[in-house]
Design a protein around this ligand. Structure first.
Ligand SMILES: NC(=O)c1ccc[n+]([C@@H]2O[C@H](COP(=O)([O-])OP(=O)(O)OC[C@H]3O[C@@H](n4cnc5c(N)ncnc54)[C@H](OP(=O)(O)O)[C@@H]3O)[C@@H](O)[C@H]2O)c1
Length: 291
């Protein structure tokens, strides 16, 4: 014999089961729908933001910079491609012109060649960059070199060389272009740092130090530029297979010319997976706030 109270409880459970089974699917689809809509709006906003924007990319001859050039060109940006190797940049502009992969109107890129490690060259390059379109919307400080060596064997000249290319060069270029952005109260400065700008690993001292300095400088800049509505983003990628390792310099300043040793690659992979596991939320939240 089932008591009245038990019957009432059973009825309650059945009603709850019914509501859950009916409501769970619409709720799930609703969430997926809202998320997809949010992503679509974000994508459309990004495309509109880039179209016709004047974008300066340093280190466009290779790797990440070259890929950025392709993506921004296809999205309709007005590009100024920078690097030391004019031939490589001319080849890239020919490749972009031939690509015609896009439905948006594309623009013929300009080329400006200079060495980021040469302060005098940066002054001249800045006026050349400003002459291209008359203003700058986005500056992507991407160019950089890597380094492999033990601290004990590395001359201070090598430390300085890495700092000059990865830190002082981008800082000087940014400072030189800032007045024109401040005048328009508009602009976006991007610094390509590295996961090694947050965590150092052995035998990368100069590189890691230059990226830590980059992180610190551009964090300060973000705070100082807020009043002018200029945005500052620091991007900290993990390992990407580019020529960075081939072009890295060693303790005596010679070219490394090889892939990263397995132990170091392993170390980097560890860092990346470390980042993707228990650190991922914190770092991603941090990057998200910065963007
Ligand atoms: N690949 C990775 O795993 C990784 C990870 C995290 C962060 N990053 C960062 O991503 C950025 C791009 O690196 P990447 O991987 O694309 O390497 P990459 O293929 O070696 O490209 C480096 C670029 O920087 C330019 N560059 C180097 N020294 C320069 C100088 N003194 N003056 C002007 N330009 C100079 C190079 O131009 P030239 O043709 O003139 O040499 C080249 O276009 C770097 O800042 C790097 O630190 C890379």
């Amino acid at each position: 014999m089932v008591s009245a109270a038990t019957r009432k409880n059973l009825l309650k459970v059945r009603v709850m089961d019914f509501i859950t089974s009916i409501a769970i699917l619409p709720l799930l689809f609703g969430c997926v729908g809202i998320f997809s809509l949010f992503k679509l709006l974000q994508y459309m906003r990004m495309k509109a933001y880039i179209r016709n924007a004047v974008v300066i990319i340093t280190g466009a001859t290779s790797g990440l910079g070259r890929e950025c050039a392709r993506v921004f060109f296809a999205a309709g940006a007005k590009l100024v491609l920078c690097g030391r190797n004019r031939e490589a940049l001319e080849e890239l502009t020919r490749e972009l012109a031939a690509s015609r992969v896009t439905e948006v109107q594309t623009h013929k890129p300009y080329i400006v060649t200079f060495d980021l490690a040469d302060p005098g060259a940066i002054v001249a390059a800045t006026s050349e960059i400003l002459q291209c379109f008359g203003y700058v919307d986005v500056l992507i400080n991407n160019a950089g070199i890597s380094y492999r060596g033990a601290i004990i064997d590395t001359s201070t000249d090598v430390d300085k060389r890495v700092m000059e290319t990865n830190y002082f060069g981008p800082v000087a270029l940014t400072k030189a272009l800032l007045p024109s952005m401040i005048k328009r109260r508009h602009g976006h400065i991007v610094a390509i740092s590295s996961i090694q700008g947050k965590i150092s690993i052995p035998f990368r001292s100069a590189y890691s130090a230059s990226k830590h300095a980059t992180q610190a400088f551009f964090d300060c800049l973000r705070a100082e530029m807020e009043q002018y509505e200029i945005e500052v983003t620091v991007i900290s990628p993990g390992y990407i297979h580019t020529n960075l390792s081939l072009n890295a310099i060693t303790a005596d300043g010679s070219k490394y010319g090889g892939e990263a040793p397995v132990s170091l690659l392993f170390c980097e992979k560890l860092l990346v997976s470390h980042r993707e596991t228990f650190c991922s939320y914190l770092i991603n939240l941090y990057l998200f706030i910065q963007i």
